[in-house]
Write a protein that binds this ligand. Structure first.
Ligand code: PLP
Length: 379
């Protein structure tokens, strides 16, 4: 089976981890945390990075740091992971969904303004599968309506928007370091910001809102979202290879694009786009099947799995999530592009250990599967 996403763990990780363990710094104090935070902030081009235990916590913590009144609305794409909605809901806020752009698959900027109400307090753009959101247009809307921006760059570590790294383009950025991400700490995440006051709030919030002077007297409620020094030791080794790891996936994106071009030209699939404002980091290589072929993503993925190629489906849209329907704020609505992406989209093996030979095998098997399911033969 060609795996969908294997992390690249090398000797340096072992060296740093064993040092962290041997010195006894296994919890959330220690030099690796400080070094990892500094190095990650430097690579993203921001003043502060606050490491946490996962990307979902980073989103929840980021919203919490904004101190929004209960019932505040946060605009976000429907086509994203549940973690984005949790960021709002676990802070007594309301997620408001916008549809996706059919080309970039990121949130459709033109649909944002229609969703703004007096309760809207923030926007959460999500750079999906390595492609950036149109941040200038989004920032113009945020400024006009005085909205905060929480940028989810879990899937866009190393992605650039108009020459700038994603993550530092809003008020707070939230990253994930899960094993399939561009930089991994096993489980892990971070909030990044250029704002000193927000950084202080994020640090307080990840650590049960302990105030050093009064130790066990709490003036606000935080959470234990701390990353361990052992996780950060893995992260430091990873972030020292930041450019290499990002470049590897960009190269994979180029190779897949070349290999899959005949299928795109034959109208079988839609490939990721490369907009002039974007440097796509190709976190994963997603494609969307053309509806007219009469097969959906699940049929294709099942046949690929039978033939030894592991894939992953695209997100199930948030506006259709069963778990959200019980909330009083829930509104049934149609966001057709998000649903279309779920029905017809999936991604190919995209891990850092994947070889060009494996990519060629993946595309060859994909061709066989298309022939088997539709009868079409692509030369
Ligand atoms: C866009 C996006 N945001 C947030 C997360 C949540 O990160 P984590 O899995 O580290 O909680 C993920 C998932 O990995 C993600 O893809």
């Amino acid at each position: 089976m060609i795996p969908v996403n294997e992390p690249l763990i090398l000797e340096k990780e072992l060296e740093y981890v064993s040092d962290a363990i041997k010195t006894g710094w296994v919890s959330s104090e220690g030099k690796y945390l400080r070094l990892f935070e500094e190095k990650f902030a430097e690579k993203v081009g921001v003043k502060h990075a606050i490491a946490v235990n996962n990307g979902t916590s980073a989103l929840i913590l980021a919203v919490r740091a904004l101190d929004l009144p209960a019932g505040s609305e946060i605009i976000m794409p429907s086509f994203t992971i549940i973690s984005c909605a949790l960021g709002a809901i676990y802070n007594d806020c309301v997620p408001v969904f916008v549809d996706a752009d059919p080309e970039t698959w990121c949130m459709k900027i033109d649909d944002i303004e229609a969703k703004i109400t007096p309760q809207t307090k923030a926007i959460m753009p999500v750079h999906l599968y390595g492609h950036p959101v149109q941040m200038d247009e989004l920032r113009a809307i945020a400024e006009k309506y005085r909205l905060m921006i929480i940028e989810d760059f879990a899937e866009a570590i190393g992605t650039q928007y108009k020459g700038q790294q994603c993550g530092g383009l809003g008020h707070i950025g939230a990253a994930s370091f899960y094993a399939n991400k561009a930089i991994t700490t096993g489980e892990g995440g971070a909030c990044v910001t250029n704002d000193d006051a927000l950084a202080a709030k994020l640090r307080l919030g990840r650590n049960l809102a302990f105030v050093p002077e009064t130790r066990f007297i709490h003036y606000e409620l935080g959470n234990n979202y701390r990353m361990t020094n052992v996780q950060a030791a893995i992260g430091l080794a990873q972030v020292e290879r930041f450019e290499e790891q990002v470049q590897k996936r960009m190269d994979m994106g180029r190779i897949y694009t070349e290999l899959l071009q005949p299928y795109a030209q034959a109208g079988i699939i839609q490939l990721p786009v490369q907009k002039e404002y974007a440097l796509n980091s190709y976190w994963v290589y997603g494609v969307v099947l053309n509806e007219s072929m009469g097969i959906d993503a699940r049929q294709c993925m099942q046949a690929l799995a039978h033939a030894g190629v592991a894939t992953r489906p695209f997100f199930y849209p948030l506006h259709l999530q069963p778990a959200l329907k019980k909330y009083t704020w829930y509104q049934a609505e149609e966001l057709p592009v998000s649903k279309w992406l779920y029905d017809y989209g999936f991604y190919f093996p995209s891990g850092l250990t994947l070889t060009e030979e494996q990519m060629r095998a993946v595309v060859m098997i994909f061709g066989q599967v298309i022939t088997q399911l539709t009868g079409r033969v692509i030369a």
